[in-house]
Design a protein around this ligand. Structure first.
Ligand SMILES: [Zn+2]
Length: 146
């Protein structure tokens, strides 16, 4: 069942493996600790606050605020053909952070720290395993799983 969840750094027995199915169904999910209520993104199997081991997936809207960004000119292996590109760190409204690439609806030149953005998960559909990256888009941008 989890063969498509990724080939790199993937443990098929993780408690947060349901994250991949939610992505496939078009939902961006974090986790909420059943004991103390802490919300985490990406989802965490064990709570970093109270060490509780039970959680419930909670849906994220993907809206957030740019914490910082950088323009990459000398890319790591595998990304050489995409330079230059801009990536940003986003604080999600529901809690947690992620790294995302500038998307189609958000010009790189106008990106600013503190700017409101919409994060959109992008799945690579042409591979057996699940691979996802996120893009920074203009607020209000929506996505749907076809
Ligand atoms: Zn907790």
């Amino acid at each position: 069942m989890f063969a498509w969840f990724g080939l790199v750094s993937f443990c098929p027995h993780t408690k947060v493996a349901g994250f991949a199915q939610h992505l496939k169904d078009g939902r961006l999910m974090g986790s909420r600790c059943d004991a103390c209520g802490r919300v985490s993104f990406p989802p965490r199997a064990d709570c970093p606050d109270c060490r509780g081991a039970e959680f419930t997936f909670t849906e994220y809207g993907g809206a957030g605020t740019v914490v910082t960004y950088t323009r990459i000119a000398a890319a790591p292996a595998g990304f050489e053909g995409r330079t230059p590109f801009t990536i940003g760190v986003v604080d999600l409204d529901e809690g947690g952070r992620l790294l995302a690439w500038c998307g189609e609806t958000l010009p790189e030149a106008g990106l600013q720290i503190g700017q409101r953005v919409q994060v959109v998960p992008r799945l690579f559909e042409d591979c057996e395993e699940i691979k996802v990256h996120y893009t920074l888009e203009a607020p209000g941008t929506t996505w749907a799983k076809v």
